[in-house]
Design a protein. Structure first.
Length: 89
């Protein structure tokens, strides 16, 4: 990857990462609303919630964020390659 190519890809990568984080948060919220009886995921410091509920929410959130991040990064890299005919690595 050339210096110029890297200079163009870096802001694109940062932008897609931010949008991916927002999208992952929205996806997680929708999944949690459908899975649990409460509209919001439990706060780990809320001692009124069970350990199982808090840890399940954290595991689900990690899974969703990891999947969305990988999908967004991959789509960004493929889009970059389609435009520039260079791999972003």
């Amino acid at each position: 990857m050339s210096v110029v190519s890297k200079a163009f890809y870096t802001p694109l990568s940062i932008g897609t990462s931010v949008l991916g984080g927002v999208a992952a948060g929205a996806v997680f919220s929708q999944i949690w609303k459908r899975v649990a009886d409460t509209p919001n995921a439990p706060d780990p410091k809320d001692l009124q919630r069970s350990n199982t509920e808090v840890l399940a929410a954290a595991a689900l959130q990690g899974l969703v964020f990891g999947l969305v991040r990988a999908a967004v990064d991959r789509a960004g890299a493929r889009g970059y390659r389609a435009v520039t005919h260079e791999d972003p690595t």
